[in-house]
Design a protein around this ligand. Structure first.
Ligand SMILES: Nc1nc2c(ncn2[C@@H]2O[C@H](COP(=O)(O)OP(=O)(O)OP(=O)(O)O)[C@@H](O)[C@H]2O)c(=O)[nH]1
Ligand SMILES: [Zn+2]
Length: 348
C-alpha cells in the first residue's frame, strides 16, 4: 500500500492542516491529529513538515499523522521546517529604510543558513535615485535586492521565479507590506477542510499563527507576524560570519590571529572603512558585554574587563593559549607587517 504523504500547512492547538502531495478521493487537504505514538516519543509536528498520514476519513476530511519525514532544517522562531529561503522585506518609505533594523534582520537570516532574498517595497513613495541608492548600498554589503511597488503594480511579478517550488518565509519590520505581498502572490483559495470546527478558527488571528500559503507557480510562502524584533546572534563569535563583507575579506586575506575579533587586534584584514564596520563593532561590543555577564556563553572567554589608568572599566581580548599566539616564523614571513610585529612583542 502506498503511503499517504502531505505537507503540514498550519498547526493550531492539536490539529494539523495537511495538504496531500496528490489529491485523493477528490480531497486536497486533511485536518489531522497526531498519532499517540508520536506524542509518546515527544515528536513535535511543525509547519513545513512532510508527514505520513494514516486512517484517512475521506468524507470527513480527517486523518492522523503517523510519521514525520526527516527534516532538512528547522527555524525555531517561528517554528517552520524545511525552509528553502528567507525573503526579507523592507519599505523604502513609511516606515523609512534604516540601516540598523535592516542589518539586524540580515544578521538573523544569515544565522539560519538558508538562501536570502532582499526586497524593498513601496518604491512608489521615493525617487528613482533613492531606489538606486539602496540597490547600490545593498550590493556593497554583499546582497542583490528586488525593488517593487504593490500599489503601482511594479516589479512584484518578477519575484515569482525566485519563489517557485520553494518554501519561503517572509520576514521584516511591521508595516512594510508583508501580508500585502503574500496576498498578491497567492491565488484566492477556497480552503476545504471539512467541517473544520471552531477549534480551528478560534485563535486563527493570534499574532503568532504561522501558515504556509500555496503559490500559483508551485511552492509555499509564510508570513511571520509578530516576529519583527530580531535579536542579535547569541554568541559574539558567530557575528563576523554573518557579515558578507567580513566573509569576503577573509576569503582573500588572513588576520594575524586565528581568533581575531576584528576590533583592535594588530594585523587584522577585516578592519577598514566599509560602511557597516562601525555597526559590526557596536554589535560585537554589545554581545561581548552580555556574554561576559552570562557564564554559559562565556565558557571560552573572549574578553576580560580591565581598569585603565582613569579607573574606567574596558573590555580587552583574552588570549587563547593555543590559538591566539604568534605565528611561526615561516608564516610571519608570508604575512606579518613589521608594525604589527612590534606591537606583538611589546604588548603580548
Ligand atoms: N505606498 C505603498 N503602500 C504599500 C505598498 N505595499 C503595501 N502598502 C501599504 O502598507 C501598509 C502595511 O502593509 P501590510 O501588508 O499590512 O504590512 P505588514 O508588513 O504585513 O505589516 P504587519 O502586519 O504589521 O507586520 C498597508 O496600508 C498597505 O496598503 C506599496 O507598494 N506602496
Ligand atoms: Zn581580524
Amino acid at each position: 500500500m502506498s503511503h499517504l504523504v502531505g505537507l503540514v500547512r498550519a498547526v493550531q492547538a492539536n490539529y494539523y492542516r495537511v495538504r496531500l502531495r496528490e489529491p485523493s478521493n477528490g480531497v486536497e487537504e486533511l485536518l489531522c491529529v497526531r498519532r499517540a505514538r508520536l506524542k509518546k516519543m515527544g515528536q513535535q509536528v511543525c509547519v513545513g513538515d512532510w508527514v505520513v498520514v494514516s486512517h484517512p476519513d475521506w468524507p470527513g476530511q480527517r486523518g492522523a499523522i503517523a510519521e514525520i519525514l526527516p527534516r532538512r532544517n528547522q527555524l525555531s522562531r517561528p517554528a517552520i521546517a524545511n525552509v528553502d529561503q528567507i525573503l526579507l522585506l523592507f519599505a523604502l518609505a513609511d516606515p523609512p529604510a534604516d540601516v540598523h533594523p535592516i542589518t539586524r534582520f540580515l544578521l538573523t537570516a544569515e544565522g539560519l543558513n538558508v538562501e536570502i532574498q532582499v526586497v524593498f517595497t513601496k518604491a512608489d513613495l521615493v525617487s528613482p535615485q533613492e531606489q538606486q541608492q539602496w540597490r547600490d548600498r545593498l550590493q556593497q554589503w554583499g546582497y542583490r535586492c528586488h525593488v517593487l511597488s504593490l500599489t503601482q503594480g511594479i516589479a512584484w511579478q518578477a519575484l515569482r521565479p525566485h519563489l517557485a517550488n520553494k518554501i519561503t518565509v517572509v520576514c521584516g519590520p511591521s508595516g512594510v507590506g508583508k501580508s500585502s505581498l503574500i496576498r498578491h502572490l497567492t491565488p484566492r483559495e477556497d480552503i476545504r477542510v471539512g467541517a473544520v470546527s471552531d477549534h480551528w478558527h478560534r485563535g486563527r488571528h493570534t499574532t503568532r499563527h504561522v501558515e504556509l500559503f500555496p503559490l500559483a507557480e508551485g511552492g509555499w510562502i509564510a508570513d511571520t507576524p509578530g516576529f519583527n524584533q530580531p535579536e542579535l546572534p547569541p554568541d559574539p563569535r558567530q557575528l563576523a560570519a554573518a557579515f558578507p563583507e567580513i566573509r569576503q575579506r577573509l576569503s582573500q586575506d588572513q588576520c594575524l590571529f586565528d581568533n581575531c575579533r576584528h576590533d583592535q587586534e594588530p594585523g587584522c584584514c577585516v578592519r577598514g572603512n566599509w560602511e557597516r564596520y562601525p555597526l559590526y563593532i557596536e554589535y560585537l561590543h554589545q554581545l561581548e558585554t552580555i556574554a561576559s555577564a552570562e557564564p554559559s556563553l562565556a565558557k571560552v572567554p573572549l574578553v576580560k574587563a580591565k581598569s585603565d589608568r582613569q579607573g574606567q572599566q574596558r573590555l580587552e581580548p583574552l588570549l587563547d593559549a593555543k590559538k591566539y599566539r604568534r605565528r611561526s616564523r615561516r608564516q610571519q614571513h608570508q604575512h606579518v607587517n613589521p608594525m604589527a610585529e612590534e606591537v606583538l612583542d611589546s604588548e603580548w
